[in-house]
Design a protein around this ligand. Structure first.
Ligand SMILES: C[S@@+](CC[C@H](N)C(=O)[O-])C[C@H]1O[C@@H](n2cnc3c(N)ncnc32)[C@H](O)[C@@H]1O
Length: 302
């Protein structure tokens, strides 16, 4: 099943901060796995990695119940491309008839979502909020502000979202996929020897606003469960930026470390170009030894 050459990366309907869209080809080509077991993704977020890898059998999970509800709803037919189109076409009119401030219709949807969460409102909020963030307060309430664009849902955007939902519907054919709202610890209890797990946990020491907080203890437990577990694995983690190296990677010893660079800009100035090196730490037996990426961008350690 892996490695796989990804010609065109597809983007799912629900995005999240830390989405690995750009890293999908690197991940897909770096891993060797026969696909005879179950693919696990216990920090699925947007699901962009697993959805593009398209394993036959998979368990996607996350502690964010709204993400899991969304995909379960598509799977059981409660939500489909047609329902999404009708909903967004209606809601877009209401949004565009209110201002960009605190009185926007966005906040009405946010309030009703926090009282009674459902997948359509979640999609609406995610696609009209500030920067596609997913963030909750301590009470578990969704608190991302409006992106301040009442005309946000143009026809072309609605069609784009509808196509993304349609892609997910098509993906489910002939697949044995399960979506579970659970902590990563429960996911590890379900893994066995032929399985493979892709891990993309939150960063330590950074309040990302994800549904649950992430601690140093969680990160150490994850390193332990993974390296002493039965399944093959790949872990995504930042390796270094212009200021420092990620010292947490010292806890990952049982495997091979691959790195790749990407650049990001702070503010509008082209001169403020910053380099970030991303790591992919893979269990020894699951490294694709035939992968010949640009060697200047990739280094092997062990
Ligand atoms: C970095 S994001 C994953 C991004 C994803 N790979 C993507 O490309 O969209 C981390 C995810 O872990 C989830 N999460 C946080 N703590 C968790 C925990 N203890 N167990 C399982 N999932 C958790 C968050 O809700 C978030 O969706």
């Amino acid at each position: 099943m892996l490695p796989k050459e990804i010609i065109k990366i597809k983007v799912p309907p629900i995005k999240i901060q830390g989405i690995k869209t750009k890293l999908v080809p690197f991940i897909a080509e770096s891993i060797q796995w026969d696909g005879n077991g179950t693919y696990f993704e216990p920090f699925m977020g947007s699901g962009v990695v697993g959805f593009n890898l398209e394993p036959k059998k998979a368990v996607f999970s996350d502690t964010n119940p709204h993400i899991i509800r969304f995909y379960k709803d598509i799977q059981n037919g409660t939500l489909n491309a047609k329902i999404v189109r009708n909903f967004l076409e209606n809601e877009s009119k209401k949004l565009s008839s209110t201002p960009a401030d605190k009185t926007s219709y966005y906040y009405e949807v946010r309030n009703r979502f926090n009282k009674s969460p459902n997948s359509l409102d979640f999609l609406f909020l995610q696609r009209s909020n500030f920067n596609g963030m997913i963030r909750f307060n301590k009470k578990g309430e969704y608190n991302v502000p409006f992106g301040r664009k009442p005309e946000r849902f143009q026809k072309s955007l609605i069609t784009k979202i509808v196509n993304q939902v349609n892609w997910i519907e098509q993906l489910f054919y002939n697949k044995d996929w399960e979506f579970k709202c659970q902590n990563f610890i429960s996911a590890f209890e379900q893994m066995s020897a032929n399985d493979f797990v892709y891990l993309d946990p939150p960063y330590i020491d950074r309040h990302d606003g994800y549904y649950e907080s992430w601690s140093n203890e969680s990160a150490l437990l994850l390193a332990d469960l993974t390296q002493n577990g039965k399944a093959g694995f790949a872990l995504s983690m930042w390796y270094e930026n212009s200021y420092r190296k990620n010292s947490h990677l010292n806890h990952w010893k049982n495997g091979v470390l691959l790195t790749t660079d990407h650049f990001y800009h702070i503010g509008a100035k082209q001169t403020n170009r910053n380099k970030m090196t991303e790591a992919l730490f893979i269990s020894q037996q699951n490294v694709n030894k035939n992968f010949t990426p640009n060697q200047s961008q990739l280094s092997f350690f062990n």
